[in-house]
Design a protein around this ligand. Sequence first.
Ligand SMILES: C[S@@+](CC[C@H](N)C(=O)[O-])C[C@H]1O[C@@H](n2cnc3c(N)ncnc32)[C@H](O)[C@@H]1O
Length: 504
Amino acid sequence: MDSGADTAGYTTDIVYPSAFGVFQAPVHLASAVALARRAAPAVDGRPFAYCDLGTGAGLTLCVLADCYPEAQFHGVDINPEHVRRARALAAEAGLANVQFHEAGFDALQRLDLPTFDFIALGGVYSWLAPELRRACLDFANARLAERGAVFVHYGALPGNAQVDALYSLLRQAADAGSGDSLARFGEAVRLLRGLRAAKARFFEHNPYAAAWLDQLEGQDPRAMAHEALNAQRASLWAGDVAAEAQAAGLAFVANAQLEMNDLCLCAPEALRDELSRLPRTTREMTLDALRNANSRMDVLMREAAPAEDAPPSLWLDRLTRGPLEEERRTLSQRARCDVTAPAYAAVLAEVDGVAAVALPDLLASPRLAGVADLRTVVERLVALKLLNVLRRPYVRGAAPAMRVSKLNAMVLEERVEAAGALPIASPVAGTQLLMPLEDRLAVLAMLGGDFDGVWRRLEARGRKVVQAGRPVTSAADLKAVAGARAGRLGQAMRERLAGLGVLV
Ligand SMILES: C[S@@+](CC[C@H](N)C(=O)[O-])C[C@H]1O[C@@H](n2cnc3c(N)ncnc32)[C@H](O)[C@@H]1O
């Protein structure tokens, strides 16, 4: 560790729980860059380099390293425990293409690092002092490849205005407490709950702040303490970040929430014309007021990043099945944009009709020659997740051996029972795969996994598995249920996972 590392009030005595950052996947960032019609870094099997600043305990970077064996990944974090865990995960998963560096952002320029095609700042930018934000952007300017992309995910205004005020009070109260961050956070929360019960006007007039306090119940206190106690936490407007980027020679090019780049998908009809005439940053801020955004994910590039000369080498496919008519109807109502129109059906039919379609081929298809504004139609389907962007073609009818990567095997063995999505690495998709618990258990059964261990952990966490309305009551029972599902879905599931490169 750089001994002079400046934590500048960043909490380091609480380990931040890992979650996979789906929006910082290279394939997703390449899509966002393409949406801005800039030349995107290639993610189709050619080597590239990726840097994750404030990488945490390394889950995201390890999953990405598993998805892109041809690329080099570097993670930087100031918290020694995060770095220790990240290194242990990479070592256990046998990943040779990821390195973790224990260092503060003030020491970035001194690290021996290559030029990067991607630099990510996931959930850390707005928690940093201004000089450290600048250090990160200067590093990006110094190390970013010509067509490189920077991902900046931060707490945003105006959605956080009330919560920021609450956090300041929490920090002040926690500073007066004793013990480690978690204990001081607990004391501060008790004080504020007392205020709320006493009908303090702040809570009466600021319902979001009141709701934040109420929803603490049932949240992981470590994550909440980590977030709330960081002395520098101050949410930012999109305009602040764009100005800071500009001062470091970078420019905002796209919102990583793809649908936010298309007024048809994110703004009421009455406002679209006016919004389309606004400078881009003003438009972003206006849209953020419209949705009261409390977090943002921006994609930055060099001011002089080249415009694209051809659509990028990305692949389009559908990872869901069925005709999508109902989904399109519902999305049309929600997005106030008619994606049931024939142009959308024509593109979906083109993709469904073949194994997988390269984006340049789809855009050049003679059958779609009559579709007006074809690229926008395709991009809209992608933004609405009716089409998926992949980095390699989804392989149909692949005959899999029953082998998963070491990381995926570890995730399946050790965390199969986790609530919510588990990040199973898919080298074809270039990002995580979401699998519900029943499917994960079925795959574990196919792989001959350890159900006694899974059952012990489920019991320890008080999690119940219900099968056809009946509770599962033992490890043997769980294995039988998972085995039955594996038997029912076996071939289809195997083929699907092979198509996504999870089973090889
Ligand atoms: C909220 S966590 C986000 C972790 C991960 N990127 C994610 O999205 O899950 C922020 C991380 O940034 C690290 N960090 C904060 N300040 C830092 C600094 N000055 N230098 C290096 N790392 C820092 C913290 O230790 C922490 O692991």
